[in-house]
Design a protein around this ligand. Structure first.
Ligand code: APR
Length: 255
């Protein structure tokens, strides 16, 4: 039985506004690799060669191929118990926002309504010249076609709708995320190393505005030490137990 923190349950049950920031760890139990864990993507692949616009313009076929490879893994994945617990928490509290660094669409697939995508979504792609939406067909393996995928309208290169290193986050998304962080009574970090900015500023912003900060991570992240509570367990274990306890606190009769 995963232990839950009574103080965190109290804070969540009394909260008007609950905000969650998720990272790759939230999808680890869905079989999607994280970035910086020992078996993470950045241990196997170099972000310099694959996740920035210069690399894309240098070798669009390689970068498109790599995103197709990730798309296949994501299309085969399903939301885990952690994603579903956050959907339930959204239904339990008055105001809720899930701010995600993930591009895998799994919060939406789990039924969470208010999802703020900071780093885009791998399911979407667009033409870098005319902006026309497109899909990068994951079924076509990179080595099947050395030619990069181009826009039917203008012939421009097609890129995934994700934020690459050195690029700005979508202004509306980061503005909304900051507003929610400032409003939060409870701010939950789930499965993020909290080392990539500006996303990693959000828990600190929430703390500065009086939020109760909790970190859900089997390992130690850059915010674990600043959090009032660190649930050192996988999200798929810690979150269902936590939300179950909050539900029992909010509706004792239903428990
Ligand atoms: N449950 C909760 N946390 C987990 C789990 C799990 N089952 N498994 C791993 N973790 C934790 C790890 O301990 C680590 O702290 O998830 C964290 C994942 O960290 P990163 O791999 O650095 O991923 P993230 O924080 O999302 O990276 C931020 O960096 O590469 C860019 O754009 C990319 O959005 C990404 C950003």
């Amino acid at each position: 039985m995963t232990s839950v923190s009574a103080k965190l349950v109290d804070a969540l049950a009394a909260a008007e506004t609950v905000v969650v920031l998720t990272g790759a760890g939230a999808s680890a139990e869905s079989g999607i690799a994280t970035f910086r864990d020992p078996d993470g993507l950045w241990e196997q692949f170099s972000p310099e060669e694959l996740a920035n616009v210069e690399a894309f313009l240098d070798n669009p076929t390689l970068v498109q191929g790599w995103y197709r490879y990730r798309q296949v893994a994501i299309e085969e994945a399903a939301p885990n118990a952690g994603h579903r617990a956050l959907t339930r928490l959204e239904q339990l509290v008055p105001r809720f926002a899930c701010i995600t660094q993930n591009v895998d669409n799994l919060h939406q697939e789990a039924g969470t309504e208010r999802v703020i995508e900071l780093h885009g979504n791998i399911i979407r792609s667009y033409c870098i010249d005319c902006g026309e939406p497109h899909t990068l067909d994951a079924s076509v393996a990179a080595d099947d076609d050395p030619e990069p995928v181009r826009c039917d309208e203008c012939g421009g290169l097609i890129r995934p709708d994700v934020v690459w290193f050195g690029e700005r986050l979508p202004p509306d998304a980061i503005a909304s995320a900051n507003a929610w962080a400032r409003d939060a009574d409870v701010f939950l970090c789930v499965g993020t190393s909290a080392v990539v900015f500006p996303a990693a500023d959000l828990p600190l912003e929430a703390l500065d505005h009086g939020a109760y900060l909790a970190d859900v991570n089997p390992d130690t992240s850059a915010v674990s030490g600043k959090a009032q509570v660190h649930l050192q367990a996988p999200a798929g274990e810690a979150l269902p137990a936590l939300v179950e306890a909050v539900a029992a606190r909010i509706n004792p009769e239903a428990a």
